[in-house]
Design a protein around this ligand. Structure first.
Ligand SMILES: Cc1ncc(COP(=O)(O)O)c(C=O)c1O
Length: 394
């Protein structure tokens, strides 16, 4: 017996019995031949390489590797967080509620009102949405460099023109004066990362205020602010063009939940929320984050452990000839091993051979042999130090 004709468009028009199974010759001939993907894709997307996730692929493909490459928190989530997440798994057939519980908790944490908060799936998304909210293709975004790579990635992707102002070793002073001079009528956003990834230094509120006297959005990425208990949100009442970006991926130890948030003037939040996705903070994640914020002991303990880790790593590395480190207010240490005669790639590969994944910083073109290590547990920090002493022994 003949099979019933398929309802699919192609097969309604032709006699299926004439087509050997899996021979798509006829179908192919019906596809329009003028299609040229390259001419249709946006130019900025065509020229972009996308966000580089190769280090995550490498780390996830070998779970025994000690992850000291992405400034994650070494501790797994608490039982309360896991239980809270599990308690809402059975509603995943439904669209989630707006994350108002999170807005309340985040607002309290940074001494603002819930109306001043917009929640996203990670602070990378906050950066992406900010650029899409405020810049048209061809308009300008200013950053200092080196810094977190996402500002440049997303600016390029959305066709904005990027101006990057250099910070130089060993102080890596923020180049605020030079950044301000580069502001033009076309500049829409100036990004400032404080504490800065990867240099570890931080800036003061007067620096932010000074930039905010211009007709631009000053986007202050405070991914590591909890480590120094810095809160500059009070500036928003005088300067509604200042916005702050926070994340739960660092001190809060919840990178896998993908939660970041914007703190801003209500009108800014309104525009921003028109661009952001509406349903991407799921109920299990909302509950998990609420449980994390209910644990008031967690943050001070983490911050103290991190500080001890930074001090230990810097003190031990100072005993290795030719190794230079920089003061850090984050959960990472920037290292320059240029004077040891090794290059960055060599050190990164040798650390990998010993099961430790550090982050190559040579793309920042600082000269020397720069890489970054994430502060981990005391045992892991010690393992890293022993590995460094082994690799660099005379
Ligand atoms: C300065 C800075 N901002 C944002 C992020 C991204 O964090 P999230 O996990 O919230 O997307 C990072 C991650 O390393 C970072 O260093």
């Amino acid at each position: 017996m003949l099979k019933q004709p398929s309802k699919h468009y192609y097969f309604q028009k032709i006699d299926q019995t004439q087509i050997p199974k899996r021979d798509y010759t006829l179908k192919k001939m019906q596809v329009p031949t003028v299609f040229d993907l390259k001419s249709i894709v946006r130019e900025s997307v065509r020229n972009s390489s996308g966000y580089n996730v190769s280090h995550f692929i490498r780390a996830w493909s070998n779970r025994d590797l000690l992850r000291m490459m992405s400034n994650e928190n070494p501790l797994p989530p608490s039982k309360a967080v896991i239980d809270a997440m599990a308690s809402e798994i059975d509603v995943t057939n439904l669209y989630p509620a707006p994350p108002s519980g999170l807005c309340e908790r985040f607002a309290k944490h940074v001494k603002m009102k819930p109306e001043n908060i917009a929640v996203c799936a990670g602070s990378m998304e906050v950066i992406d949405v900010l650029i899409r909210t405020f810049t048209e293709p061809g308009q300008e975004v200013i950053i200092h460099s080196p810094t977190f790579s996402a500002y440049e990635k997303f600016a390029n992707l959305h066709g904005a023109k990027l101006t990057s102002v250099k910070m130089s070793p060993p102080e890596f002073e923020y180049p605020f004066e030079a950044m301000e001079k580069r502001i033009t009528d076309k500049t829409k956003i100036v990004f400032v990362c404080t504490p800065n990834n990867p240099t570890g230094n931080y800036c003061e509120r007067e620096d932010i205020e000074r930039l905010a006297r211009n007709n631009v959005i000053v986007a202050v990425d405070e991914a590591y602010a909890e480590y120094i208990d810095q809160n500059m949100t009070g500036l928003i009442s005088s300067y509604p063009n200042i916005v702050f970006i926070r994340t739960l991926s660092k001190a809060w130890g919840l990178a896998g939940l993908r939660i970041g948030y914007l703190i801003a003037d209500e009108q800014v939040i309104d525009y921003f929320s028109r661009v952001a996705q509406p349903f991407h903070i799921t109920m299990p994640i909302q509950r998990a984050v609420e449980a994390a914020f209910d644990d008031v002991q967690y943050l001070p303990k983490r911050v103290e452990a991190n500080r001890a880790g930074v001090d230990y790593i810097r003190k031990e590395l100072a005993t290795i000839p030719g190794v230079e480190t920089f003061p850090s207010s984050g959960n990472f240490v920037l290292i320059n091993a240029g004077d040891t005669g090794h290059d960055t790639q060599d050190i990164i590969e040798k650390l990998l051979d010993l099961g430790i994944f550090a982050r190559d910083m040579s793309s920042h073109r600082l000269g020397g042999a720069y890489f970054r290590i994430t502060v981990s547990s005391p045992d892991n920090n010690q393992r890293f130090i022993e590995a460094m002493k082994h690799i660099l022994k005379p």
